[in-house]
Design a protein around this ligand. Structure first.
Ligand code: FES
Length: 104
């Protein structure tokens, strides 16, 4: 089991869990405080935007062009922004920390 600490838009921290191979977006959209992920992972809406804790950023593959093109549109994008629909959990992500980004 992979534990993830998620800070929501109100600053509340939630301890959720997933398994290797799970889509991070799928885990987050199960929760009222999570991400709406409107397009369902097609990399076209950006409503799954999260800030990955900088210590964990390099544990994911770099952004591909379609993800980066979408992130570039948002004023809320920072250096640790990712679209959670593009991120797959690995066993090494146990303890991952991230924050839900505000809707742009
Ligand atoms: S769910 Fe729409 S871009 Fe990720």
């Amino acid at each position: 089991m992979i534990h993830i600490l998620v800070t929501d838009l109100d600053g509340q921290v939630h301890d959720i869990h997933g398994h290797e191979g799970d889509s991070l977006m799928e885990l987050l959209r199960e929760h009222e405080w999570g991400t709406p992920a409107v397009c369902g992972g097609l990399c076209s809406c950006g409503t799954c935007h999260v800030y990955i804790d900088v210590d964990w950023l390099d544990t994911f593959p770099p952004t591909e062009s379609d993800e980066q093109d979408l992130l570039d549109v948002f004023s809320s994008t920072t250096g640790n922004s990712r679209l959670s629909c593009q991120l797959v959990l690995q066993a090494s992500h146990d303890g991952l920390k991230l924050t839900i980004a505000p809707e742009d």
